[in-house]
Ligand binder design. Structure first.
Ligand code: NAD
Ligand code: GLY
Length: 382
């Protein structure tokens, strides 16, 4: 098991390994002893896919109980709609009924939806109790479980209510990915590639070498992505660990997203606009981010930031990540939608762009025509 330290306002550790879900009990007891002992109740929140269709909840509860911990659970509906006030209120109701107090522990077992909800519930329940994250999607393992952002959606938008809250620890069992649907693998890969492009050239090149060893390599959809990563467990491990290390170094410098952390939104401003216009669910988030990264790469070159040779290399790689056809969308509508981005600063959209492979940069001044023509270029190539 590898352990990575995260320097944050409340520092914590990320443990990565295979078949390590059952180590959760031991780690919890270590923390309890370090904090002066005493009985702890544990409450596990998960969703139906993870908790009912997969063996993880069962394994976890069994090992926690074996260590003498008192455990209760909530199994919620799977999907983005679970990141809501309604689920939060239900979860808090169940935690109260079980008599959970401030010294007890909430565990979020699942993807980013469960992690974000559990983190937020932990930050507001009795003004804060400790939580542990056991991420089970590739996206959650490399992105959402790292960095302390928690949140729920409202009718008006995604992640409009939330907090920054460090977990007690994060435990990443790579074996839990074995049950993940194909498309979710590509979504996780998209976030890994994003980390590489804005901050770690070597990470990008590891992904590039793995998937495109020849110029005429075939497109990589969710299935090919899963098969390739399952076959090369060493590469899977180094991609996960590399993305986590890159994100934790950004978080250590800018936990509350006042500056450099905004680089992690590479491809997301375009991607969110596309998701919003298509209606959530048509493209998965990571798939929209792939399109968004292609547009941002074109814009980086059009503004003279990214050398042409690098643009070609990155564009070729991203174009081979094969996503479902999004249907007809107009470039101008994507541009208009981006003007509503909630991460606007001083009334302007801030574009995360590339200065070179492995180095992101932020600009707020590209003119509308240049942005629209870069969006069009990518849409025309689909
Ligand atoms: P998700 O939690 O909805 O999981 C995707 C699907 O996979 C769900 O149907 C889930 O039930 C299923 N699943 C999870 N683990 C599984 C497993 N091991 N085997 C089989 N099925 C499994 O979505 P996600 O992609 O993990 O996360 C997306 C969410 O994360 C969004 O709400 C997004 O806003 C949030 N997010 C948060 C941050 C952050 O910093 N907090 C960063 C990125 C994304
Ligand atoms: N996913 C972007 C961030 O955590 O800041």
């Amino acid at each position: 098991m590898e352990t990575i330290q995260v320097k944050a306002e409340r520092p914590y550790e990320i443990h990565i390994g295979r078949g390590i879900l059952s180590s959760c009990a031991r780690l919890l007891l270590q923390h309890a002893r370090a904090e002066g002992g005493g009985e702890r109740k544990v409450f596990v929140v998960t969703d139906r896919n993870v908790g009912v269709r997969c063996p993880y909840l069962h394994t976890l509860i069994e090992t926690l109980e074996k260590e003498g911990l008192s455990v209760s659970q909530a199994v919620l509906r799977a999907g983005e709609r679970t990141k809501s006030f309604k689920s939060l209120s239900r979860l808090i109701g169940m935690m109260t009924k079980e008599g959970l107090g401030r010294d007890d522990i909430l565990i979020g077992l699942g993807g980013g939806v469960i992690g974000d909800l559990a983190g937020f519930a932990a930050s507001v329940y009795m003004r804060g109790l400790s939580h542990v994250l056991l991420p089970t999607t590739l996206l959650a393992q490399v992105d959402s479980s790292i960095g302390g952002k928690t949140g729920i959606n409202t009718r008006e938008g995604k992640n409009l209510v939330g907090s920054f809250r460090s977990p007690l620890f994060v435990l990443i069992d790579i074996d839990t990915l074995s049950t993940l649907e194909d498309r979710q693998w590509l979504c996780g890969l998209a976030e890994i590639v994003k980390c590489g492009l804005v901050g770690d050239r070597e990470l990008f090149e590891t992904a590039q070498t793995l998937f495109f060893d020849t110029r005429d390599a075939p497109p990589v959809g969710g299935r090919e992505c899963r098969l390739r990563l399952e076959k090369d467990q060493g590469a899977l491990y180094s991609l996960i660990s590399g993305a986590i290390r890159m994100k934790r170094s950004i978080v250590a410098r800018d936990e509350k997203e006042q500056g450099v952390r905004r680089l992690l939104n590479f491809g997301h401003t375009f991607g969110h606009a596309i998701e919003n216009l298509l209606g959530y669910g048509r493209l998965l988030h990571g798939e929209a981010v792939i399109l968004g990264m292609r547009m941002a790469t074109e814009l980086s070159a059009a503004l003279g930031l990214l050398p042409e040779k690098e643009r070609v290399r990155i564009a070729l790689f991203l174009a081979r990540l094969s996503i479902p056809r999004p249907g007809r969308i107009k470039a101008t509508r994507i541009f208009e939608q981006m003007q509503k981005d909630k991460k606007k600063k001083d009334g302007r959209v801030h574009y995360v762009l590339l200065a070179k492979t492995g180095e992101g940069t932020i600009r707020s001044d590209p003119d509308a025509r240049t942005v629209v023509s870069c969006i069009e270029k990518v849409l025309d190539a689909l």
